[in-house]
Design a binder for this molecule. Structure first.
Ligand code: LMR
Length: 341
């Protein structure tokens, strides 16, 4: 049944550009704005002059102090903050982009199923509210486990007749940021000039950095370096959790990479075409959802990541394993949505 929903619920061509006709009016909501990722993301977005209004929502009242703190800063978007479930509709009503960073962070020994069970209720509430109040907005989610949460949210929006596969994104920009940082360090070059595509999903088993496709192409890593850096990218998230003694996961790097995603998305909504690393509906790899470099424009996805990379044998093997794991995790999210129905 769900495969039907892989094509956008509304015709691509009947849609009007989300923002193009109303230049300089991008409104963005952060859901989970009082946690470590959300508050740092809010600070970064306060510097973005392409955003006119930043709506901060959190279940916790702490969001109100974050809002008043940011409102002391001149320039950038106007900031409004909302606390408590009854204010969730108001916090997303007029937004073009809704960024969900709410989450119970990963912990040592925590399974993907436990993480899904912990984070699904907040995602469910948002999808239901969005379907009622603002079904045309773009939804971008960084809540883990992304490999299951995105299929879960997509199935729920489909159920509430508000699904558009071109407008729902799992934010996996962190993986390409990490790959770029580690490659730049290994090569002793400026990361600004490097790009490393990362495909698959967002978990130790499913994240597949393609160092063989790094650009500019004259930068090369030998197979031993590529193997070491691949393992490093896969393990990075858990390494930070260990350093924080299980209390939290990566917050600053997540905020930085989500900010990069939002900057690109807002640019795209204004009519520019850009590329982001994101987990979306994508049938090209034998899974229903897949992450990779994705072209976006003012309607959302313009072109999802295709299977046209020249990979090393090593990358081909880890991608094969990632795809079978990804299918299980996608299925888990869809099944979870069926159970909630
Ligand atoms: C990471 O890779 O560090 C993130 O997925 C962490 C998180 O819990 O958001």
């Amino acid at each position: 049944m769900f495969s039907r929903s892989l094509s956008p619920a509304k015709s691509y061509f009947s849609k009007s550009c989300i923002l193009k006709e109303h230049r300089r009016n991008a409104q963005v909501s952060i859901i989970g704005a009082a946690n470590g990722i959300g508050s740092n993301l809010a600070l970064l977005l306060k510097r973005n002059n392409n955003i006119t209004r930043l709506n901060l929502y959190d279940d916790s009242e702490e969001v109100l102090s974050i809002g008043s703190d940011l409102s002391e800063l001149p320039g950038g978007p106007r900031v409004a903050s909302y606390s408590g479930y009854s204010f969730l509709p108001a916090s997303i009503r007029s937004s073009h982009l809704i960024v969900m960073v709410s989450r119970i962070p990963r912990k040592p020994g925590y399974t993907r199923d436990q993480m899904l069970a912990a984070n699904a209720p907040a995602v469910h509430r948002l999808c239901q509210t969005m379907a009622e109040i603002n079904p045309d907005a773009v939804l971008a989610i960084s809540t883990n486990p992304i490999n299951s949460i995105l299929p879960f949210a997509s199935s729920l929006l489909f159920k509430y007749c508000a699904y558009d596969s071109a407008k729902i994104f799992g934010i996996t920009q962190i993986d390409t940021a990490r790959a770029k940082a580690y490659a730049a360090k290994a090569l002793n070059v400026n990361p600004r000039h490097l790009y490393v595509p990362v495909i698959g999903g967002h978990s130790d088993e499913t994240t597949v950095p393609l160092f063989s496709n790094m650009t500019p192409s004259h930068y090369k890593l030998d197979s031993c370096q590529a193997d070491t850096l691949t393992k490093l990218v896969k393990k990075s998230g858990m390494e930070v959790v260990r350093h924080k003694q299980g209390v939290d996961s990566s917050t600053l790097a997540m905020a930085w990479s989500i900010n990069e995603f939002v900057e690109n998305m807002v640019e795209a909504l204004y009519g520019g075409a850009t590329v982001v690393n994101t987990f979306t509906a994508n049938p090209h790899f034998g899974t229903r959802f897949f992450s990779g470099p994705t072209k976006i424009g003012c309607y959302g996805i313009v072109e999802s990541c295709g299977a046209n990379f020249h990979m090393s044998e090593y990358e081909r093997v880890i991608l094969g394993k990632a795809i079978s794991q990804l299918n299980k995790e996608v299925g888990l999210g869809e099944e979870y949505a069926r159970m909630e129905a």
